[in-house]
Design a protein around this ligand. Structure first.
Ligand code: XMP
Ligand code: MG
Length: 189
C-alpha cells in the first residue's frame, strides 16, 4: 500500500488506531455502568478537536448505554502561543437548556485543565443535574491543576500531538492515530 501523505510528517505514533478503538469501548463500558439508572445522558462535544472521539465514543456507548443526546460547543482559551490562559471565549454555545440534565463533556485532550475548569463552572451555572468529563488524552500537567477527571483514555507525555481530531494549524485532524510531529513539519513542542 502506498504511504499516506502525512506519514512523512509524523515522528512517532503515541496512540495507535487499535488502542484508540479498544480504549473507547472500555470507556463506554465504564460510563454505561455508571449511568445505568439515568433516563438519558447529554454528551457535550468540545469542537473541533474532540469530534473524532465524540463520533466513535457515541457509537460505542449507544450500543450499551442509556439514550443519548448530543450537543456541541466551541470554546477558545486566550493564551500566549501554545499555553492556555484560562480566559475562555465561547465561540459557539449550546443551543438548548441543560437544566436538570446529566451532562458528560467529551474532550480530546486536557493539558493545564484551565479550559476545562472554566467549562465545568459554566455548565454547572446552567443548572445541569450532574457534570462529568471523558477525555481521550491527558498530559502530566493536568495531574496538578486540572479538576478530577473520572474517565481518562491515555496519559501521554508533555509533547505536542496531532491526529484523531487534533491539529497543527488546522491540519492532521484526519489521521486515524495520535502522533508527534517531526520538528521540520513545524510544530512547537
Ligand atoms: P488546557 O491547557 O486548558 O488546554 O487544558 C486544552 C486545550 O489545548 C489544546 N491542546 C492541544 N492541541 N495538540 C493539540 O492539537 C496538543 O498536544 C495539545 N495540548 C493542548 C487543545 O485544544 C485542548 O482542548
Ligand atoms: Mg488546536
Amino acid at each position: 500500500m502506498q504511504a499516506r501523505w502525512y506519514e512523512a510528517d509524523i515522528e512517532r505514533v503515541i496512540v495507535t488506531e487499535e488502542q484508540i478503538r479498544e480504549k473507547t469501548a472500555d470507556l463506554a463500558k465504564q460510563v454505561a455502568a455508571d449511568y445505568g439508572s439515568v433516563n438519558e445522558l447529554l454528551l457535550v462535544c468540545i469542537l473541533k478537536g474532540a469530534v473524532m472521539f465524540m463520533a466513535d465514543f457515541t457509537r460505542e456507548l449507544g450500543r450499551i448505554g442509556p439514550p443519548l443526546e448530543l450537543e456541541f460547543m466551541s470554546a477558545a482559551s486566550y493564551g500566549q502561543g501554545t499555553t492556555s490562559s484560562g480566559v475562555v471565549r465561547v465561540r459557539a454555545d449550546l443551543d438548548r437548556s441543560i437544566a436538570g440534565r446529566h451532562v458528560l463533556v467529551v474532550e480530546d485532550i486536557i493539558d493545564s485543565g484551565l479550559t476545562l475548569s472554566w467549562l465545568l463552572k459554566y455548565l454547572a451555572s446552567r443548572g445541569a443535574a450532574s457534570v462529568e468529563v471523558v477525555t481521550l488524552l491527558r498530559k502530566p500537567e493536568a495531574m496538578r491543576s486540572a479538576p478530577p477527571l473520572k474517565y481518562v483514555g491515555f496519559d501521554i507525555p508533555t509533547e505536542f500531538v496531532v491526529g484523531y481530531g487534533l491539529d497543527y494549524n488546522e491540519r492532521y485532524r484526519e489521521l486515524p492515530y495520535v502522533g508527534v510531529l517531526r520538528p521540520e513539519a513545524g510544530a512547537a513542542s
